[in-house]
Design a binder for this molecule. Structure first.
Ligand code: GLA
Length: 757
């Protein structure tokens, strides 16, 4: 069992393979204190000292006259509010008389095998053999608020999943005004914090800064996780690099408003909080009612950011992504968005499909514009029936033709939205979120549907089901193109309006669950105006998410680097598009665009009927390359070797096949340098006692790889590096495939052994 309770010392020890987390229950009142989180502890003698309960101001049992001093300095496992801990709280609750004040103390605990589901929420899962869960039952005696602090510890992964379930055990109504999923107090060790920021077409760029006195926070109040801040935070010692240093990662399994705070106080201690953003949040709990927070994933690594990446990849592959497509090569798709925008019909789509099929592309995805009177982005959202002017006879004949070409068919929806110019709005104007007497603000001329209401969800789902049952449809791209504003609804009473943001997200999750139940073989790709809802919550429903509407290969290097820092490459929607790029106006070589997209799900987003003969040849080669490399890319271990975001010149990463027999190294030279020398890049986690044959991608020939592989030992590749020859020109790329072979040199003499027959 990876959770132990040392009863006489009132300590809980939670172990993952390389980490330990310790909670201590302190004083007569039973304050749950945070003792330790870090590298694995074999023994724990003396660990309680970390709580400093032998120091002034002591516990309240011994020094009740200075109780606030205790509450304000004690490392709380889950911080209360209003009664003496003056740091930012984890929970806030107001009673029926308008009074606030809460302090949760220990009542009892339970240790169970496995992990319970979080009702209505995406969450990590594990069997009884794979995890154990500590449930700390706590209570605030005055309000009657009960809380179960949950900690799931994974047997094989260095990760802990934390969440909280509140219940009103009193008689009167309570209002939760803040309910964070995780609170972690520890001494500040000159920590730095890493977060991800951006905007539409520039998602998830890294920002690193030193934590100082005061509070640093990121978040979203947009109703979705958003382009701007990612629901992730890493706290690390200043020496941390990709391959060394101590890192604490926090990742929120949720797709709506969130807040993450790292605050340093007068004692130079740090509090990290993560959970639903308290702004515009309030949840009424009548007597006996419960509220479940989403979960936060905690991971610790003393092997740098790369160690954190490995932990999260392992966790998400094995314990979060449910789709049966997770371990399958996804069909290479071509999406018509950048090819046609709204200007297409069945003939145009068939032309694209014919050219695509001939080159080995496996699925056509029909994007926005196929429904209602959707001739531009000003109308028709909510009218999910086929526009027969564009697609005469409906979907069936088109999809049949496409299937005859040997291709699958996929379709785009934006189910959560409504246009004012739509049949749906004309019939149900009250189905849009809005505040009474206030005209809601438009974005892209659209409003947000009130999916907190069951009848609205049902109506949209029934429309979608009808479309999806009408033809052989293998894939759905679920889009969401605006943030929520004017968040009010006639469906809920005044004292429950603060629940709408979260109920919206619960409604979204329920809709996706229903869709997958109805179509268990569906490949679902989530999307939100590019990558505004690339978060662990959505990953529970779809094995892949569209990264960004920016398909420029160079901008994508940055976006995909940060995305891959947290998520397996198999989750990153990435396509090759035309140049000059529609967002950046930049022209990059077709090979480089292919290489960058190859590191994700891979596909095309261009008018294939208009590309040159030479480019068609390159497409056929890229298709071949995808089939040759995708198993490694999808299943392999990813290592970041150089970051274009940091060095502004070149980008490099490595993927080791799970068999240990092969690896791939991707290199992109963003800017050419005047220096006429090759560059050596040290590789990660090869067999130091083996040799490797290094094959380079052959740029223009039918064979993918140059015939002659260069023999280099694993030790040399890891210590001296892989030689990347100098390239002329900006935006150039190289791909290397390394195959492990027996070492030629004997270790003892250093002499060359006989060449194996
Ligand atoms: C969003 C998506 C795009 C495309 C358009 C269609 O912006 O990110 O890929 O589907 O919507 O309107």
């Amino acid at each position: 069992m990876c959770i132990t309770y040392l009863k006489d010392r009132r300590l809980f020890k939670l172990d993952t393979p390389h980490t330990t987390y310790v909670i201590g229950i302190v004083g007569e009142d039973g304050y749950p204190g945070h003792v330790y989180y870090g590298a694995y502890l074999e023994h724990m003698t003396g660990i309680e000292d970390v709580l400093r309960i032998n120091e002034d101001p002591f516990t309240p049992d011994e020094n009740a006259r200075a109780k606030t001093a205790f509450l304000d300095s004690f490392p709380m496992e889950y911080a209360g509010h209003g009664v003496g801990d003056f740091r930012e709280s984890a929970v806030r609750v107001k009673d029926a008389h308008g009074h606030s004040g809460v302090m949760l103390t220990y009542v009892s605990h339970e240790i169970i095998k496995g992990k319970e589901k979080l009702p209505g929420l995406p969450a990590t899962f594990a069997t009884e053999e794979e995890a154990a869960t500590l449930k700390l039952y706590c209570k605030d005696e005055v309000t009657g608020l009960e809380a179960v602090l949950s900690y799931t510890v994974f047997e094989q992964v260095d990760a802990i999943a934390r969440s909280v379930r509140f219940t009103n055990a009193g008689q009167e109504d309570l209002f939760l005004e803040k309910a964070m999923s995780c609170c972690l107090d520890m001494d500040n060790r000159d920590f730095e914090v890493l977060t991800l920021h951006g905007e539409a077409t520039r998602e998830r760029h890294k920002a690193r800064r030193r934590l100082d006195y005061g509070s640093f926070s990121i978040g979203s109040v947009r109703g979705r996780s958003g382009h701007q801040d990612h629901p992730f935070m890493a706290v690390m010692i200043p020496e941390t690099t990709e391959h060394q240093g101590e890192v604490y990662g926090f990742h929120f399994v949720y797709s709506g408003n969130f807040k993450a705070t790292a605050a340093v106080n007068q004692f130079n201690s740090l509090r990290v909080l993560m959970g639903i953003h308290p702004e515009d949040f309030s949840w009424k709990l009548t007597s006996g009612e419960s509220f479940q927070t989403p979960e936060v994933i905690l991971t610790y690594s003393d092997k740098g950011l790369g160690g954190m990446t490995a932990n999260l990849h392992q966790l998400y592959r094995n314990h979060l992504i449910r789709s049966k497509y997770l371990h399958r090569k996804r069909p290479i798709l071509i999406n018509n968005w950048e090819a046609t925008y709204f200007d297409f019909n069945a003939e145009k789509l068939l032309d694209i499909a014919k050219e695509s099929a001939a080159l080995g592309i496996e699925m056509l995805v029909m994007d926005d514009g196929w429904f209602g009177n959707r001739y531009d982005d000003n109308r028709a959202l909510g009218d999910w029936f086929v526009n027969e002017e564009k697609l005469n006879g409906g979907l069936k004949p088109l999809v049949e033709e496409i299937n005859k070409l040997g291709m699958q068919f996929g379709i785009w929806f934006e189910p959560e939205m409504i246009s004012e110019d739509s049949d749906l709005y004309r019939e149900h104007p009250d189905w849009a979120l809005s505040l009474p007497s206030r005209k809601p603000s438009l974005y892209r001329n659209q409003l947000v549907l009130d999916i907190t209401r069951a009848e609205v969800r049902e109506h949209i789902l029934q429309q979608m089901f009808q479309v999806l049952h009408s033809a052989n449809i293998a894939y759905v791209k679920w889009d969401m193109n605006r943030s929520l504003s004017d968040v009010g609804t006639a469906a809920w009473p005044a004292d429950r309006q603060g629940e709408v943001y979260h109920r919206y997200v619960l409604g979204l999750y329920e809709m996706q669950e229903r869709l997958l139940e109805e179509f268990p073989n569906l490949l679902l790709e989530n999307c939100s105006a590019g990558g505004a809802r690339f978060d662990p919550g959505m990953l529970y429903y779809s094995p892949q998410i569209w990264c960004s509407d920016d398909t420029d290969a160079i901008e994508r290097l940055a976006i995909q680097e940060s995305t891959a820092m947290l998520y397996p490459l198999s989750t990153m929607g990435a396509h090759v598009s035309v140049c000059p790029n529609h967002v950046m106006g930049r022209t990059t070589p077709f090979e480089t665009r292919g290489m960058v997209a190859l590191a994700g799900t891979f596909g095309y987003e261009l008018d294939i009927t208009r590309v040159s003969g030479e480019e068609k040849q390159m497409i056929a080669r890229q298709v071949k390359l995808y089939h040759a490399c995708n198993d490694i890319i999808r299943e392999g271990d990813y290592y970041r070797l150089a970051s274009y975001q940091e060095n502004h010149l070149y980008d490099c990463f490595q993927i080791n096949a799970p068999t240990g027999e092969e690896c791939l190294v991707f290199y992109v030279q963003v800017l050419a340098e005047a220096k006429k020398r090759s560059r050596f890049i040290t590789l990660q986690n090869l067999d130091k006692d083996a040799d490797y044959l290094v094959y380079e991608l052959e740029p223009q020939s039918d064979a993918l790889w140059k015939e002659e592989g260069k023999r280099v030992s694993g030790a040399v590749l890891m210590k001296a590096g892989l030689q990347v020859e100098r390239m002329k020109g900006d935006f150039q790329s190289r791909l290397y495939r390394l195959k492990r072979i027996e070492c030629q040199e004997t270790a003892s003499t250093g002499s060359i052994a006989e060449q194996p027959a």
